[in-house]
Write a protein that binds this ligand. Structure first.
Ligand code: KIV
Length: 304
């Protein structure tokens, strides 16, 4: 296969824009949905051009990119900055932006006001927020203000302190019942999809079966309508502990480590840049410069 043919084979067949309606159609057609987080222009472009259906500017930005221990310190300004970059790299995928901690917990008005900023200032096509029944009124208000919302239940990283760490949720029947109720409440409030994170496979399958909107799983087993992973986890670029559900699809870390070391070695050995990597003066200029130099040389020796 030629290089162009390989490139074509990697390109998705249909480049039709993904909308909330597409997600629904995919669920009905049992076509798996693909989603990835993105935080910048180049990775958004790569994922979009590879045919990923949904790009999420996740507040995992805090841990994956900004070096925080958790997502709680991520601000509206952080999210807006990165969402604008991802917008520039995204054409086909549905662009979803996470509402960071503190941007919707205080009031429904906050949720709508902050949600609007993502649509007006970064071209977001949906927002995502963490929480179940307690946040159904927020989801409803955002939806009424023409902002599609993706819900997120189960292991919700913004609840890290309440949960006492990142723990699998829904393990007891009572907990599972609460999550079923959360899922239903979000659907009724108008959510276009729900992320199910860190829950038993059996519970995720059950929720997926009774909802009419798609579920997108992360650590929730293979029976969800779609799957999402954090971009940096996909390429072993995360410095945090690797959860059980993460599969590395390429060793980006090794590639980068090697590349950085090779660059350093080449500079130290003075083999980079070589002559081909250097600009050259036009030949005529070199001759002229040589003439000027030799005239100057002659003048100096005459003066002596
Ligand atoms: O912020 C994020 O990356 C997320 C995904 C884990 C779904 O919310």
């Amino acid at each position: 296969m030629s290089q162009t043919e390989t490139k074509d084979a990697l390109r998705p067949a249909a480049a039709t824009k993904v909308t909330p309606q597409t997600l629904l159609q995919s669920k009905r057609a049992f076509t798996p949905l693909t989603a990835l987080t993105a935080y910048d222009y180049p990775t958004a472009r790569l994922a979009d051009e590879a045919g990923i259906d949904m790009l999420l500017v996740g507040d995992s930005l805090g841990t994956a990119v900004l070096g925080y221990d958790n997502t709680l310190r991520v601000t509206m300004d952080d999210m807006l900055h990165h969402a604008r970059a991802v917008r520039r790299g995204t054409k086909r995928a549905l662009l979803v932006v996470d509402m960071p901690y503190g941007s919707y917990q205080v009031s429904i008005e906050d949720a709508v006001r902050n949600g609007l900023r993502f649509f007006k200032e970064c071209g977001s096509e949906a927002v995502k927020l963490e929480g179940g029944i307690a946040y159904a009124p927020h989801v409803k208000a955002l939806t009424q203000a023409e902002m599609p919302v993706v819900g997120h239940i189960g292991l919700t990283p913004q609840s890290v302190h309440r949960m006492g760490g990142y723990r699998v949720q829904g393990l007891s029947e009572m907990d599972a019942m609460r999550l079923r109720d959360d899922a239903l409440a979000l659907e009724e409030a108008g959510a276009i999809a729900i992320v199910l994170e860190g829950i038993p496979r059996e519970l995720a399958a059950e929720i997926t079966a009774f909802l009419s909107i798609p579920t997108i799983g992360i650590g929730a087993g293979p029976d969800c309508d779609g799957q999402i992973l954090v971009f940096h986890d996909l390429f072993s670029l995360s410095f945090t502990r690797k959860p059980k559900f993460v599969r590395s699809f390429g060793d980006g870390r090794l590639l980068m480590e090697r590349g950085i070391r090779d660059f350093r070695d080449a500079v130290m050995a003075k083999t980079f840049p070589d002559d081909h990597e250097s600009y050259h003066m036009p030949k005529a200029e070199i001759v002229a410069e040589r003439d000027v130099a030799s005239t100057k040389q002659r003048e100096v020796s005459v003066c002596k």
